[in-house]
Design a protein around this ligand. Structure first.
Ligand code: ATP
Ligand code: MG
Length: 415
C-alpha cells in the first residue's frame, strides 16, 4: 500500500513550521490590537453568493478556484477563498453600521483550487484586517502603516517592497475601461481566448494576464494615470504623502491592478524576491462599493490579507519550544505524588511532562534527547523523606529538595 498522504495541496503543519506560523499570528494580533482592531470570527463556509457577487464571475477565484458544493439540504456553499466578503457579510448581517469606523482582524484557513507548489496551497492561511466606514485617504495610510509595522516586527520589512497604485474612483475607472477597450480592440486578433472574453466582461483583468502574447500587448496599454479624475489624483497624493511621513518606502507600479472586481482607489502588494514566483506576502486595497453590492448600506472599506505560510517562510521567527521539567516517579505511590507536584509547578508557569516507564537510565536518556531542562526523580526513599532528587540536565548536578521548595529550587537553578 502506498503511504497515506494528505489531499493534494494540503499539508500537516507541526514543529518549526507551526512555531513560525504561530509567531506570525501572534505578532499580527498584538500589533493590530494596538491599532484598535478587534477580532471578527466568521464561518469557514458561506452561501456561494457571498463570494460570487463581490469578487466577480470573471475573477480567477470565482471562475476556477472556489471549493463550491451543494450541501445535503440543497444549499450552494463555498469554503472561504478569502476573508473580505465574509467579514462584510457579517457587518451587514449583524447591523454593525451604528459605530463607524469598525476595525476587524481575522485569521484562519482559506481554500482555493490552485496548482500546488512551494508557497501555494489549496488550504492555506491568512491574517486579515478590514477597516469599514471611512472614505478618507488617511485610513489607507493607517492600513498600510499597520501592515508595515507587522512586517517590521516579524523582521522582514527590509526583504519586501511595497508596490502601490491607484485604481481611481468610479468615474476614473469607467474612463479607463473605455480607453482599454479602445486599445485592446485594435489588438483583438492576437489576444488570448481568455482575454478576448475579458474584453467584454472585465477589460482591466487583461492587464493581469499571464499569457506571453497578452503581456506584449499589455506593455503598451494606456495607464490609469491618464484617466484619473482630479479627486482621485488628490486622494492618491494624500496617501503617498502619508507613506513618506511614516517612512514606508514604496514603488509606484502603474501596472498593478488587483485581481478582484471590488477595488477602487488604493491597491497594493508587499512583494519579496526571496520566495520565487510566490512573492506576494501581503496585499489589499480599498473597496468602497463592496458592502452596497452585498445588499448593505453604502459603506466604504479598505483591507488587506497576508499569507501566513509565505510570511512564516520569510521570517523564520518563532519562539523556541519551552524546555520542560520531566517528572520521573518510581512506583505507584510516587506516581500519585508526582501528579500533585506537577500541578504545583505548572501553577508556577513551568512546562511539566511525566515519564513513568522504563528504568531511570532510559528516562534520563529520553529527557536529554528531548532537550528537557530538569528531571525530578521520586522513589520510595524520597517519598518517605518528603524530598525529590532534582537533576539539572545541563550541568549533570543533582540535589535533594523538599516537596515545598521544589518550585523555588528550580527557579533558582534556572537563572
Ligand atoms: P497570487 O498572485 O500569489 O495568486 P493573490 O493575489 O491570489 O496571490 P490574495 O487574494 O491577494 O492573493 O491573497 C492575499 C495573500 O494570501 C497573498 O498575497 C498570498 O500571500 C496569500 N495566498 C493567496 N493564495 C495563496 C495560496 N494558494 N497559497 C498560499 N498563500 C496564498
Ligand atoms: Mg491567486
Amino acid at each position: 500500500m502506498s503511504k497515506l498522504q494528505p489531499a493534494r495541496g494540503t499539508r500537516d503543519i507541526y514543529g518549526d513550521d507551526a512555531r513560525h506560523m504561530t509567531m506570525v499570528v501572534d505578532t499580527f494580533k498584538r500589533v493590530a490590537a494596538s491599532y484598535g482592531f478587534e477580532e471578527m470570527v466568521t464561518p469557514i463556509f458561506e452561501f456561494t453568493e457571498v463570494y460570487k457577487r463581490p469578487l466577480g464571475e470573471a475573477s480567477d477565484i470565482v471562475s476556477k478556484e472556489m471549493y463550491s458544493f451543494e450541501d445535503r439540504g440543497g444549499e450552494e456553499i463555498t469554503l472561504r477563498p478569502e476573508f473580505t466578503a465574509g467579514v462584510c457579510r457579517a457587518f451587514i448581517s449583524n447591523g454593525l453600521q451604528q459605530n463607524l469606523p469598525c476595525r476587524f482582524m481575522s485569521h484562519g484557513p482559506a481554500f482555493r483550487y490552485e496548482r500546488p507548489q512551494k508557497g501555494r496551497y489549496r488550504q492555506f492561511h491568512q491574517i486579515n484586517a478590514e477597516l469599514l466606514g471611512s472614505d478618507a485617504p488617511e485610513s489607507d495610510v493607517d492600513m498600510l502603516s499597520l501592515a508595515w509595522r507587522i512586517l517590521s516586527e516579524l523582521g522582514i520589512s527590509d526583504d519586501v517592497v511595497l508596490h502601490f497604485n491607484t485604481l481611481g474612483d468610479v468615474q476614473s475607472r469607467t474612463q479607463y475601461r473605455d480607453a482599454l477597450v479602445a486599445y485592446f480592440s485594435k489588438h483583438k486578433d492576437t489576444l488570448s481566448e481568455d482575454s478576448k472574453r475579458r474584453l467584454t466582461t472585465n477589460p482591466l483583468r487583461i492587464l493581469d494576464s499571464k499569457d506571453a502574447s497578452d503581456k506584449e500587448i499589455v506593455a503598451n496599454a494606456p495607464l490609469i494615470s491618464g484617466s484619473l479624475t482630479d479627486e482621485a489624483r488628490s486622494f492618491f497624493d494624500t496617501v503617498r504623502r502619508g507613506l513618506d511621513v511614516i517612512g514606508i518606502p514604496y514603488h509606484h507600479d502603474e501596472r498593478l491592478v488587483r485581481g478582484l472586481d471590488y477595488y477602487t482607489h488604493t491597491a497594493f502588494e508587499f512583494v519579496t524576491s526571496a520566495l520565487g514566483a510566490q512573492g506576494t506576502v501581503l496585499a489589499g486595497g480599498r473597496y468602497d462599493g463592496l458592502i452596497e453590492q452585498l445588499g448593505g448600506p453604502v459603506t466604504p472599506g479598505i483591507g488587506w490579507a497576508g499569507g501566513i505560510e509565505r510570511l512564516a517562510m520569510l521570517s523564520q521567527a518563532g519562539a523556541a519550544p519551552a524546555r520542560s521539567v520531566v517528572m520521573m516517579p518510581m512506583g505507584d505511590a510516587a506516581t500519585l505524588k508526582a501528579f500533585a507536584l506537577a500541578e504545583g509547578l505548572r501553577r508556577n508557569n513551568f512546562t511539566v511532562t511525566q515519564d513513568r516507564s522504563g528504568n531511570l537510565k532510559k528516562r534520563l536518556n529520553r529527557a536529554n534527547k528531548a532537550s528537557a531542562r530538569f528531571a525530578v526523580v521520586i522513589g520510595d526513599n524520597e517519598l518517605e523523606n518528603g524530598v525529590v532528587a532534582l537533576k539539572d540536565l545541563d550541568t549533570g548536578t543533582q540535589q535533594e529538595i523538599s516537596f515545598d521548595r521544589l518550585a523555588s529550587a528550580i527557579q533558582e537553578s534556572n537563572k
